[in-house]
Design a protein around this ligand. Structure first.
Ligand code: NAP
Length: 294
């Protein structure tokens, strides 16, 4: 018997629901559309946007990528966002991180219209998440982890959850989702970071452990309460002379050892990554549905 939480299979379930919603929108004359903006030549960003474009096409969502040079100024990028905000044919806008250092991500994310902010990074959407106001858009990675927990039958109500990492993209919103007064939340959440004393002690109390640190194989088997659910969000490239190209990707969890102690665990790859894309597509279709209603 496997104890894997299969993110690819769960993402496919969500994709088929999303594709049905796309068909329904199209029958009403609405073509859901998603605009990607990529600045510079970061190789990982190219791969991520490419994967998202492919999935959008498979689900019938129209997508387009605007690629801008590294030398793009913040005001040029802001001008493009204003243009996309005003274009009623564009339902979702995703500005791929990282941006060049001379551009403020905060300024960019707060300029995307909240109704088109399918990444869930606009301060209005962040605020709605904190308030438990479901009219906003949730950030895709923590929303994807939440869906993994729901659809794998993991009990969150009353659970002790430890989130490793307090990043704005994963750790903080993850904690905010799980503390909400809701049957699929109601967790007691501890958030750990680089200043936390004795992280292992916190981890060993966790019924659900979510690792989002960006630290290769940080979580070891002796940090896990037997039977706990372990979700590995991390994506880390480490050098490995034996691997093709001299490096390979690993998560934040020492998978082979931790799998033996955990009740359930996400593989990495094949856990959280596919869910991030599934939630982006779901957010885009929702943005189109909301616009069609208004
Ligand atoms: P981030 O903003 O850099 O946050 C990392 C957090 O981890 C920080 O709070 C940091 O503490 C903490 N941390 C790092 N090393 C630590 C250590 N050794 N001990 C204790 N705390 C430590 O990163 P992020 O954007 O949230 O991303 C986290 C990971 O998730 C990365 O590997 C990223 O690639 C991955 N990710 C995956 C997906 C996906 O779709 N699969 C999506 C997004 C991100 P301080 O705050 O004290 O510095």
């Amino acid at each position: 018997m496997t104890n894997l939480i299969d993110g690819r299979a769960i993402a496919e379930q969500i994709h088929s629901e999303t594709a049905q919603r796309v068909t329904a929108l199209k029958s009403r004359g609405v073509q859901p559309s998603l605009m990607f903006v990529r600045v510079g030549d970061d190789p990982a960003s190219k791969v991520y946007v490419g994967m998202k474009e492919k999935t959008a096409a498979r689900l019938g969502i129209l997508s387009e990528t605007r690629v801008l040079p590294d030398s793009t100024t913040e005001s040029e990028l802001l001008a493009l966002i204003h243009k996309l905000n005003a274009d009623s044919a564009v339902h979702g806008i995703l500005v791929q991180a990282p941006l060049p250092r001379h551009i403020s991500e905060t300024n960019i994310y707060s300029t995307v219209l909240p109704q088109k902010d399918v990444d869930g990074f606009h301060p209005e959407n962040v605020g709605k998440l904190m308030l438990g106001d479901k009219t906003g858009f949730l950030p895709c990675t923590p929303a994807g982890v939440h869906e993994l927990l729901i659809r794998s039958g993991t009990k969150m109500d009353g659970a002790e959850v430890v989130v490793l990492g307090r990043g704005n993209i994963v750790g903080k919103p993850m904690a905010a989702i799980l503390i909400q007064k809701d049957k699929n939340a109601n967790a007691t959440v501890t958030v750990c970071h680089s200043k936390t004393r004795d992280i292992s002690a916190h981890c060993r109390r966790a019924d659900i452990l979510i690792a989002a640190l960006g630290s290769p194989e940080f979580v070891k088997a002796d940090m896990i309460k037997p039977g706990a659910v372990v979700i590995d969000v991390g994506v880390n490239r480490i050098s490995d002379p034996a691997a093709k190209g001299g490096s390979r990707l690993v998560g934040d969890v020492d998978f082979t050892a931790v799998q033996k102690v955990a009740g359930k665990i996400t593989p990495n790859p094949g856990g959280v990554g596919p869910m991030t894309i599934a939630m982006l597509m779901q957010n885009t279709v929702r943005a189109a549905e909301l616009l069609a209603k208004s």
